[in-house]
Ligand binder design. Structure first.
Ligand code: COA
Length: 191
């Protein structure tokens, strides 16, 4: 899975204890992007609780990082035992880095994670006027069929294979190495 990302950014999975990075990224979204992300206006307090819930629900979150700062996120959040094999998918990119392919790369990671967890239905709360998200989803028509409005996508190939599991493991181990390198760089950087 090789993505060409702006400014040599990296995409990696968020690890336990990194919730603050996700929350800070969401809080930096401009009002229009925040509105599109949550399909309506939400407060800072709501965002804080939303991120706490992501950790509690074992959501898979991928971050797009530049210089150790999270500038984009893709989340796969299971809907729980009452809705087996269903999850909510959502993407957010800070304005400066929108329309540079980051959303496409994050959605590709989310689809692989969904497949490896045998999710069949992905819900996306997407405003009908959110053309960009709809365009982005259409690029993955082969893997996902979308219904816009309150978007519901069906993961076509929802059975994990040895190869799809291996692909996720490989990107995770690369992501872990990147996270460690990033930490080390910040520890030795003069303040
Ligand atoms: C919607 C969003 C996730 C898309 O991510 P992105 O990184 O901007 O999108 P990409 O650069 O990967 O582009 C994906 C497709 O969108 C379309 N697109 C890109 N920029 C566009 C623009 N300015 N206007 C219309 N369509 C556009 C293109 O078809 C593009 O595919 P292509 O590059 O192969 O032609 C991002 O803009 C965002 O975070 N918006 C605010 C939050 C949001 O709306 N989240 C979705 C709700 S879950």
């Amino acid at each position: 899975m090789q993505d060409v990302l702006p400014e040599s950014g990296v995409i990696r999975k968020l690890w336990m204890g990194e919730g603050a990075k996700y929350r800070d990224h969401m809080l930096r979204l401009d009002p229009e992007s925040r509105n599109s992300r949550f399909a309506g206006g939400v407060s800072d307090e709501f965002i804080g609780k939303y991120v706490d819930l992501s950790s509690a629900l074992d959501a898979v979150v991928y971050g797009f990082f530049l210089d150790g700062i999270m500038r984009g996120a893709g989340e796969l959040r299971p809907l729980g035992a009452r809705f087996p094999r269903q999850a909510e998918a959502a993407i957010s990119i800070e304005k400066r880095w929108q329309s540079h392919g980051v959303g496409s790369a994050l959605l590709r990671h989310i689809l692989l994670a969904a497949r490896n967890r045998s999710f069949r239905l992905l819900h996306m709360a997407c405003l009908a006027e959110n053309q960009r998200m709809q365009q982005l989803a259409r690029k993955f028509d082969a893997e996902l069929s979308f219904d816009f409005g309150n978007v519901v996508g069906e993961v076509e190939s929802s059975r994990p294979t040895a190869l799809s599991l291996m692909r996720e493991m490989m990107t995770d181990s690369h992501g872990f190495a990147t996270a460690m390198l990033d930490l080390q760089t910040r520890m030795i950087r003069p303040t």
